[in-house]
Write a protein that binds this ligand. Structure first.
Ligand SMILES: Nc1ncnc2c1ncn2[C@@H]1O[C@H](COP(=O)(O)OP(=O)(O)OP(=O)(O)O)[C@@H](O)[C@H]1O
Ligand code: NI
Length: 310
């Protein structure tokens, strides 16, 4: 598999000012690594506030001004510098944003997905892209407020694939959709990957992610705690106690929630961040835990063999 996106040791921190003029550094993402191959769907799964959207914005070079990013991002084998990402954004590297509010409410769908282009080629292209997602030519004449939630999602995807992207980052693309509509949207993403693009699917919904993902990367409080094959879940080959807990929390696996909550960025103590909620915590877990290769995947746990099968 040829890697299209490689993220290594990424961290993102915000500079904040106290009531006075003292600066405070708030780390929100630490030592984050993942790889997306051409033709692959990699799902990033984590609960609210774990840093998923910031990862997307970091890759796309659209972080807020008070955020500082460190680490290495490679696209197609070369460093993704701010200049390079600016040139590729919206063309080779595209975002399907978290909210449908990214659509311009005052512009009809057609001109919006063609980004102002009026050539016959652009018109033919937008028509065929909309058709691919089950939207008729009449959709071009509608304003965003005239679209249903599912139609708006499909318009966002149409906008993203107008220029045949090689890397698609979809940030929480299915909220507010019923299971069938969500399934259809994910089916479209699988097709985009099958056509050769790399697909980074960001979601809090593990069950949904597993329907199309090849690999799953699990976030916890701004860190990657596990990378696994999608097949590892049902096969009981999971490596991290948090991933096992996520799996057991699914309705079909007993609906067993874990007590406690992930720590906020301001209260990160060092050592294993999951330790306060872990049923197998050892004294050694209070020290820094490296992210390492394990059994065809990766894990940030000193005792991955404990905890048994899910
Ligand atoms: N501009 C900002 N300044 C300070 N902290 C921020 C800023 N933007 C995000 N954060 C913090 O960074 C953390 C990660 O935010 P992020 O939006 O990436 O979470 P997420 O995983 O996408 O959550 P959700 O599932 O709710 O979309 C949160 O704790 C959030 O409070
Ligand atoms: Ni988000």
């Amino acid at each position: 598999m040829e890697p299209i996106l490689e993220v290594k040791g990424l961290s993102i921190a915000f500079q904040q000012y106290d009531a006075g003029t003292r600066q405070r550094r708030l780390p929100v993402i630490r030592d984050l690594s993942l790889t997306v191959g051409a033709g692959q769907v990699v799902a990033v799964v984590g609960s609210s506030g774990s840093g998923k959207s910031l990862l997307a914005h970091g890759i796309l070079g659209i972080l807020p001004y008070n955020a500082a990013m460190e680490g290495e991002i490679r696209y197609d084998g070369e460093l993704l510098t701010p200049e390079r990402v600016e040139a590729l954004r919206g063309r080779e590297i595209v975002l399907v944003p978290q909210g449908v509010t990214y659509l311009d409410p005052l512009m009809k769908v057609g001109p919006q997905i063609r980004r102002g282009k009026r050539s016959p080629e652009a018109r033919a292209k937008s028509r065929s892209v909309l058709e691919r997602y089950g939207l008729g030519a009449e959709t071009e004449e509608l304003y965003p407020f005239e679209l249903s939630g599912g139609m708006a999602r499909r318009v966002l995807i149409s906008t993203a694939v107008m220029e045949t992207p090689r890397l698609v980052i979809a940030d929480e693309p299915t909220p507010g959709l019923d299971a069938r509509a969500a399934g259809r949207i994910l089916g479209h993403f699988r097709e985009i990957a099958d056509a050769g693009a790399g697909m980074l699917l960001i979601t809090h919904d593990l069950e949904l992610a597993l329907t199309i993902a090849d690999r799953v990367v699990v976030f916890y409080a701004g860190e990657t705690v596990e990378e696994a094959d999608a097949a590892d879940f049902a096969a009981g080959r999971l490596r991290h106690p948090y991933t096992r807990a996520l799996w057991r929390a699914l309705p079909q696996n007993g609906f067993m929630p874990i007590p406690g909550a992930q720590p906020y960025p301001g209260e990160i103590a060092g050592g294993c961040l999951f330790a306060p909620r872990c049923p197998h915590c050892h004294p050694a877990c209070r020290a820094a835990v490296p992210y390492r290769e394990a059994d065809g995947g990766r894990v940030r746990c000193l005792y991955p063999e404990e905890g048994g099968t899910p």
